[in-house]
Design a protein. Sequence first.
Length: 151
Amino acid sequence: MNTVLRMSRKNNSLLASLSSDFQRELSAMRCTQDQEFHGNRGAYPRVNLIENAESFALTAELPGVAPGDINISIEGAMVTLAGQRKIEYVNGDGAAIHRRERQSGDFRRAFELPVEIDLDSAKASHKDGVLTLRLPKSPALQPRQIKVETH
């Protein structure tokens, strides 16, 4: 009985170790895939996308990104947000970085909306590190009221 109990504990320990190794490898693989598609930070920048009857509003967190380093393109129903965040680190005079959580580099996010955008009316603004896009739906796709005439 003691032998069976020891073997069972050994198997549980081995199984826990294998499971832990597997989870670590899976996490590393996901991280690598995120880096290939979105840069070092995963899905950066973080965005909110809201729709109402007439338009979409997309806000993106872009702290430390100058408006001149942001590129927005719209093609049909595809909105692409790209740019570069530049962070300079002081390294000299014996300085050592102890923690580096703020990443720098290129980023690119693309969003396919369910309808086309009115390119002539689209607007972008940048304030306090937040980019706001106002993306009106194509006029042909916006809801309209039709007046009923009487004869």
